[in-house]
Write a protein that binds this ligand. Sequence first.
Ligand code: PEP
Length: 290
Amino acid sequence: MAGKYASVSGESRVLTGKVDRLLTRLLLAYKGGIFVELIIAANWKMHKTAAETAGFCRALRQFEAGFKGVEVLICPPFTALPAAEAALAGSEIKLGAQNMHWETRGAQTGEIAASMLLEFGVEYVIIGHSERRHLMGEDNTQIQRKIGTALQNGLKPILCVGETETEREQGVTEKVIKKQLSEALDGQDSQKLGSLVLAYEPVWAIGTGKAASAEDADRAAALIRNFLEDKLGSKTAGELRIQYGGSVKADNIGFFVGLPSVQGALVGGASLEVDSFSALVQAARKAVIS
Ligand code: PEP
């Protein structure tokens, strides 16, 4: 919220900002008996140079006052992270990365380590996106290691799970999601899992313009929530946020964040233009308030 409190002293600006954020949080996020903040992440995949990223971030900041109570993050390509960090300095819009290696250094040509992301202010890291699973052959064992390294290094993982179209047609959606969750979370430090975000992304809905129905999204998110409750207990699991991802836009986001088990979205295509992304975040906020 840079600039909003510019006319008051530094100390009162900090205090006013804190009270304001607290009130917004209470107003926006009372869902399912607990307070949670919506989280909307822009996954840019292999789009945007550093210069384009800087321009986007500067333009997005003009809309930031309308994002209150929604945690918004941008996940640009690695090469654009420094530009994004600079353009977002002083803003509440956060940075995420799209992937990370499980090793912290070494002979891993073409890979990136947690410390390299932290150096540019990255807070979140997407792990196990379906494009990495299906195009790059990433498996649950690798994903489990990546989650462990992210947690140990203070990065918040956004773990993506979801079934392919064939798996859906075969009626094995639940089985697939449970396997992805149990293998990715196996052996993780439960003390650290409070920072985990889950993204339910049916593969057939990603980039196709064919979003999941409310019933499908709610059923999968509830399955994830139940799995987490069994593993972590209802208090920790109740505080974790589950995003829906797959052809989310400003005109359908309200529909997903209104579901009891969904607290945000992972957005690809609609996050690439400032107008469509800011409209989407504002629509999400409005849907939760009303
Ligand atoms: C994604 O990349 O995670 C995604 C959900 O893409 P899209 O919004 O374009 O379907």
